[in-house]
Design a protein around this ligand. Structure first.
Ligand code: GDP
Ligand code: MG
Length: 441
């Protein structure tokens, strides 16, 4: 996979005090191969590797304490650039309704996206309405209606039995309907074909002309690999779009499409779709995507932040403990106390790649928790702190009494500690340059 290849490559740099031009060239060559294998477009690979090479040979690396880590940082930063740099938000019309038109091949995920976007917009305080301008397939309208119902938003569609409507007219009427009824956003679903098709392009272009959308989102299946660039360019010429939505990032995509499309079209990736459910959807953050590809960038940020709060030596010691399973309750406490200096614990834990599934728990993580944790751990004996396995029922009862907490509190703490130890172990392994892939291959 892309990540494994990059990891392997960058691993070879580890421990080098200084990088020779040969080191850099070797690394860049490997990165180039890894990207090509992952279906990244050649032009993108070229500009990417050229940028990495130039920077890796430059002063920032020469002067760095840890050149290898610096190169990793550069690769990460360049990935972010390729993915569009800054996150781009939706543009809303000064005078509502804001019109968002979806375009893309059949099966790309447009109709599903219409529902996801509507649900998300609703959560953001908007009042979206869906417009069924895909009249190509018999059940397209029904599918949008189902999606609309799931999202809890109205769907504007031609009357059934009213002949096969004109998608351009439906789009126009849909926008008018939204304006009349004071809906503030209109999402226009359109038809797609299995391949790029002149009629389809013309239809989409006509819809665009008719409703003058504020955003045209080109929806593309991240799994289509090398075809991504050609398809995106065809749509750019035929319809043009203001942003890209990558779908099916939950699948076995090789990641190349994501890296190529933004760069080759000059249009930002704005949203990512990661499953069939309406909530499997998020605004696209180039930096997060890059770190998911590397499964590392966030760790670097984390390390940077941590360095601000406590010294590197301590951080390394703890990382070592995570990795070797000798992380104790004492360490847990010490770490929590240090984390407190870092401001938002939640923000920090949210950055750990392994922590995604723990968000809910993290949301409940607060200052009081630390105070309670301190009280409980300080009521433990040295031996107990060193080995949580000793904590049987009677010991937990004694600790609860000693700290003024309940046994449930103690149990919760021990559970949390054990989970953290497990999670951190995974993270620490990742940090030692064994990246996992988000866009798996
Ligand atoms: P459209 O033809 O562009 O409107 O595509 P649809 O919205 O009908 O989606 C085609 C298929 O892809 C459906 O079975 C969806 O459930 C599925 N799908 C859409 N988005 C995603 C996604 O992000 N991940 C996965 N796994 N499936 C998706
Ligand atoms: Mg559809």
């Amino acid at each position: 996979s892309l990540s494994d290849r990059l990891a392997e490559t960058l691993k070879n740099l580890r421990g080098k005090g200084k990088l020779s031009p040969a080191d850099v060239d070797g690394t860049v060559r490997e990165i180039r191969r890894a990207l090509l294998d992952a279906d990244v477009a050649l032009d993108v690979v070229k500009s990417f590797t050229a940028a990495v090479r130039e920077r890796a040979l430059g002063d920032e690396v020469n002067k760095a304490l840890n050149p290898a880590q610096q190169v990793v940082q550069i690769v990460n930063e360049e990935l972010v650039q390729i993915l569009g740099g800054q996150q781009r938000r939706l543009e809303f019309a000064k005078k509502p309704p804001t019109v968002i038109m979806l375009a893309g091949l059949q099966g790309a995920g447009k109709t599903t996206l219409a529902g996801k976007l509507a649900k998300w917009l609703k959560k953001e305080g908007h009042t979206p309405v869906l417009v069924a301008s895909d009249l190509q397939r018999p059940n397209a309208v029904t599918q949008l209606q189902v999606v609309g119902e799931q999202a809890g938003v109205p769907v504007f569609a031609p009357e059934p039995g009213n002949g096969v409507g004109d998608p351009v007219k439906v789009a126009k009427n849909g926008v008018k309907f939204a304006a009349d009824k004071l809906y503030d956003t209109v999402i226009v679903d359109t038809a797609g074909r299995l391949g790029v098709d002149a009629d389809l392009m013309k239809q989409a272009a006509n819809i665009r002309k008719a409703v003058d959308p504020d955003e045209v989102l080109f929806v593309i299946d991240a799994m289509i690999g090398q075809d991504a660039v050609a398809t995106a360019k065809a749509f750019q010429e035929g319809v043009d779009f203001t942003g890209v939505v990558l779908t099916k990032l939950d699948g076995d995509a090789r990641g190349g499409a994501a890296l190529s499309v933004a760069q080759m079209t000059g249009r930002p990736i704005m949203f990512a779709s990661t499953g069939e459910g309406l909530d499997d959807f998020e605004p696209f953050h180039p930096d997060r995507m890059a770190s998911r590809i590397l499964d590392l960038g966030d760790i670097l940020t984390l390390i940077e932040q941590a360095q601000g709060a406590f010294d590197e030596e301590e951080a390394l010691k703890i990382a070592e403990k995570f990795a070797t399973d000798s992380f104790t309750l004492d360490d847990f406490l010490k770490q929590m106390q240090q984390l407190r200096n870092m401001g938002s614990i939640k923000g920090m834990l949210g950055m750990l790649p392994g922590a995604k599934g723990m968000r809910e728990q993290l949301d409940n993580f607060d200052e009081k928790e630390i105070v309670r944790t301190e009280a409980i751990i300080q009521s433990m004996t040295k031996a107990e702190r060193a080995n949580s396995k000793l904590l049987n029922g009677s010991r937990r009862l004694r600790i609860a009494r000693g700290s003024g907490m309940t046994v449930t509190d103690v149990n919760q703490l021990v559970n949390r500690f054990e989970q953290a130890a497990k999670m951190m172990k995974t993270v620490a392994k990742g940090a030692s340059l064994r990246y996992r892939v988000w866009v798996r291959s």
